[in-house]
Ligand binder design. Structure first.
Ligand SMILES: C[S@@+](CC[C@H](N)C(=O)[O-])C[C@H]1O[C@@H](n2cnc3c(N)ncnc32)[C@H](O)[C@@H]1O
Length: 377
């Protein structure tokens, strides 16, 4: 479900009754900033409502709640940005796919995760795949609220419960109440992020996930101890960033760019006509092109094929020694004359496997020094 900008990407917002019940499972800390991240936030209504309900129920706390969301649908993301800005504490939604994002350390006070099920393209279940991406976005000691079909959480083959258990300590798993359960067959898992993830081989399928028919129904009111649990203040604000740019984001950026018309002109312009070279091509030109690697590749002549690779070698050689004399005719010192010699090499592989080497190098090229050579005393 990576493509962004699709209209109906499994947008099933959490039902208002469920949101109200979830809000009653938590309370704000006495002060500080609580950060909430909804991965796949839709229009942002769900965590906006949670913030509203906590702030309305706060008993003398000064805590602020800031909302963050990641949403792959552009329109819903824009709406989430408007919604988050409305409430006290503000917030921000990033238009991106969960798979293309990173979230700054130490993570959010609460990670809200109601993953989509891609029915549209038949890409199948996304819960475990996406959970693997988001599981590290909650701060240690912070809370996870995850809404998934109970058959997925209770299915050992989906690996979801074991992944949760490895990283989080389950505080409670509730079945949706009726009539919502009949419609969605979902459950709400509340868990707390462990200080350290458990080692892979030590994590069996957790007992809390085994018997969905025994899970309590999510109550409309706070069920009493240990609920409501206290949210933890964030050690730092969150930063969301893209780690990859989807084609849609690039297109959108180009569309908004002031260079747009210039780029469009470039793209739509006719290819320039191939002009005749200023000078007739001679063998030397071909040699230069070969040496520069411009002719590398397979070439064909008279039905025969060759794989050609050209390289240029550079050697600095002493080509002469010139004595210098004093006024009395004695040798005062000797000057070394150096020359930089370029030689072109072409290696040619024939169909038969035979390799031929050609080189412009001339052994013992000790031509007399000419202008431009270096003289070193
Ligand atoms: C089930 S809705 C949940 C909306 C909201 N979190 C709530 O609980 O009300 C899932 C949302 O995730 C979005 N989504 C789907 N795949 C996504 C992805 N790979 N990355 C980011 N968002 C995605 C959908 O566009 C949709 O708005």
């Amino acid at each position: 479900m990576r493509e962004i900008g699709r209209v109906a990407q499994g947008h099933f917002p959490t039902q208002p009754r469920i949101v109200r019940s979830i809000s009653k499972l938590f309370k704000l800390p006495p002060g500080g900033l609580v950060t909430m991240l909804d991965a796949g936030c839709g229009t942002g209504q769900t965590i906006h409502a949670l913030r509203k309900q906590w702030l309305a129920a706060r008993h003398g706390t000064t805590a602020a709640v800031r909302l963050y969301g990641i949403e792959s649908d552009r329109g819903r993301c824009a709406e989430a940005n408007r919604t988050f800005a409305q409430g006290p504490g503000g917030g921000r939604a990033l238009w991106a796919a969960i798979e293309d994002c990173a979230v700054s350390e130490p993570g959010a006070s609460m990670l809200f995760f109601n993953p989509p099920y891609d029915r549209i393209r038949g890409a199948g279940r996304q819960e475990h795949l996406l959970f693997q991406r988001v599981k590290g976005w909650c701060a240690r000691g912070g809370h996870l609220v995850m809404i998934v079909p109970d058959c997925i959480l209770a299915d050992a083959a989906s690996n979801l419960a074991v992944s949760v258990e490895r990283n989080y300590e389950a505080l409670g798993v509730f079945r949706y109440p009726e009539p919502e359960y009949k419609q969605f067959r979902q459950c709400v898992l509340v868990a707390q992020c462990r200080e350290r993830a458990q080692a892979r081989e030590r994590v069996p399928f957790p007992a809390w996930a085994k018997h969905p028919s025994e899970w309590p129904v999510l109550p409309d009111e706070c069920p009493g101890k240990p609920w409501p649990v206290r949210l933890v203040p964030a050690a730092a604000d969150l930063r969301l960033r893209r780690t990859a740019l989807s084609a849609e984001v690039m297109l959108d950026t180009l569309t908004c760019s002031p260079l747009r018309s210039a780029m469009l002109r470039e793209v739509l312009a006719e290819a320039p006509a191939v002009e005749r070279p200023l000078l007739p091509l001679k063998e030397g030109h071909l040699a230069l092109a070969l040496a520069g690697g411009l002719c590398d590749g397979v070439i064909e002549k008279d039905g025969e094929r060759f794989l050609v690779k050209g390289t240029l070698d550079r050697q600095t050689k002493r080509v002469a020694q010139r004595p210098k004399y004093t006024a009395t005719g004695e040798v005062s010192h000797v000057v070394d004359v150096w020359r930089t010699i370029y030689s072109m090499k072409v290696r040619c592989l024939r169909d038969s496997g035979e390799i031929e080497d050609y080189s412009s190098h001339i052994e013992d090229e000790a031509a007399p020094p000419t202008d431009g050579e270096d003289e070193v005393a």
